[in-house]
Design a protein around this ligand. Structure first.
Ligand SMILES: [Zn+2]
Length: 168
């Protein structure tokens, strides 16, 4: 842990050191890279820390600091925020893994990342496709044989459609 009693060789300041590095970098790393963020935050808390006055790392240990000046609150806050970030990060990773897993499994089975369509949807898509097909051929509402209703024919061919396309 940083936050040690130190004397600064750079500016002559005496007091409790602060963590080296920057907490903002920890947050950015946690969000984008997570593991390096945790490692960075651990690194920040190791060693003697840096001078709280000038930020220099040219500090030496000292025994004469006033304990009531010690900045406990920042460290506790830091740990709370880091722990919170870790929990949120883990949850986000699990959530992302679930989405990817469901998507990949579906892609292997159906060749598409989209949810499978219901048989009703496929039927109505096929029906619409069939209608357009026969209308463009001017075979609507009656087939060329003059006996079969075009819609009856589409109905037969679209029953149990697996791709929503009218078979031509
Ligand atoms: Zn200093």
């Amino acid at each position: 842990m940083a936050n040690k009693c130190v004397s600064c060789n750079n500016c002559g300041h005496t007091g409790w050191s602060k963590n080296r590095g920057n907490f903002l970098i920890t947050i950015v790393l946690l969000i984008f890279f997570f593991v390096p963020g945790v490692i960075y935050e651990i690194w920040r808390r190791t060693g003697l820390g840096v001078c709280s006055n000038c930020g220099s790392d040219r500090v030496v240990p000292l025994l004469a600091c006033d304990t009531k000046d010690r900045n406990f609150q920042l460290d506790v806050m830091g740990i709370v925020i880091v722990t919170g970030s870790i929990v949120v990060g883990i949850m986000a990773v699990i959530f992302l893994c679930m989405i990817v897993y469901v998507g990949v499994e579906r892609f292997i089975k159906t060749g598409s990342f989209l949810p499978p369509k219901s048989s009703e949807d496929l039927y109505s898509e096929c029906f619409k496709d069939g209608m357009e097909h026969y209308q463009s051929l001017k075979q609507f509402p009656m087939m060329p044989d003059g006996k079969t209703l075009t819609m009856d024919r589409i109905e037969i061919y679209c029953k149990g459609s697996i791709n929503g396309k009218y078979p031509r």
